[in-house]
Write a protein that binds this ligand. Sequence first.
Ligand SMILES: [Zn+2]
Ligand SMILES: [Zn+2]
Length: 467
Amino acid sequence: MTVLTFHGGVNEIGGNKILLEDKDTKIFLDFGKGFTSLEKYFEEYLAPRSSNGILDFITMGLVPDIPGIYRDDLMFKAGREIKEPEVGAVLVSHAHADHVDYVSFLHRDIPIYMGQTTHNMIKAIQERSSGAIDREILEFKLAGTKRGDPKIARKINEFRSGNKFEIGSLEIEPIHVDHSIPGAYGFIIYTSEGPVVYTGDLRRHGSQPQMTEEFVQKAKEVKPIALIAEGTRIKDPPTNENEQMVYDESNKLTADTSNLIFADFNFKDVDRVRTFYNVAKANNRKLVVKIRDCYFLKYMSQDPKLGIPNWDDENIVIYKAKYRSGTYSDSDYYGEDRVFATSPNAMTASEIAKHPNKYICALGFFSFNALIDMKPKPGTVYIHSASEAYNEEQVLSTKRLHNWIEKFQMEHHQIHCSGHAKGTDLLNMVKEIDAKMLFPIHTEYPTEYVRVTNKINIVEQGKRYEI
Ligand SMILES: [Zn+2]
Ligand SMILES: [Zn+2]
């Protein structure tokens, strides 16, 4: 018997936590953080307490209440019974927080499977963030221990596209897909009842469409008994976006101005990093990056396939933000941050502002206090190169963003190519794969898929589906 239970990603974009049980084998497909579920109850100054172990997360429905899957220290603090782990593995599709962050809470003996690039991305994310409780994916500190105490490393297994491996009664085939982060995968899981296909997050209009096509093709060939498909943009109106268009439009804006340019994009999106790096180079400018983003460059530049420069590249400038002393003293920067901040290519706000036609600043809204030091001229270009706000919190930030733009009389442009497949591409994919049963997830509009199939289960959170 094979059973699917969805503990996240249900009527929500992200937070995927899908339990697959086959005979005596249990695995999770992703174990991500559901931002919408979290923001339903919590905000900046009201967060789940780590002092309560896993209890706040379980009680508020942010993670499933399953015995024996969480860290002993988090269970102990929650006043729960400590048990041996019952889950044999977690397969991570890619390194976005909504797919991987809550692995941080899982029992140390549960092996985590991921691609090599995902492993590197998570190393970068972990090094650049400040020990948050939900950023302890690769290693964690036991609750209550002190700074500097040794960390416990998880068991990480790397896989490669097309190389099958076994977990208990299951055989797993990971296949690369194109998404707005490198190293994303979909999975074909051969169960005792037949193949189950999980898309993870994907798109067919990105810079590597052949990877997604390979996945769709294989998924179709195996005649799956179940397809678990993302549907992020299933209801969005049609567009003709692509990464080349982002390059062309940004390149034109850059060629037409001698002012400073700000590009606001997600640094995990290598395609976008490459796009703005190339736009800068083509226009005799350098790309200015944040200290925190140097960690990404450090890891991404190791993979020659990604075509990403390292942080000490001649066309990269590191933005040396003003910290504690206000004097840019070396002692303001800790750990590896100091290596980046004191590198010969590090520059302060006023140094950058002296030559506005020499730089494209990869500095977004959260670095806008740099504007106070840079004093940009009216007409400075701001390119928002990310999806537009879709939840309340983001709408509030967007209002503030607009206030800053108005205050400094900047020009606002929206130029973006999404990491998620367009509605028609999703519908065609589901039609092509033609599984015996469809389980739409990672979407607020699962019923939209009835336009192409009647073999559909509108998923309910925590309900067991025998397949
Ligand atoms: Zn996602
Ligand atoms: Zn994603």
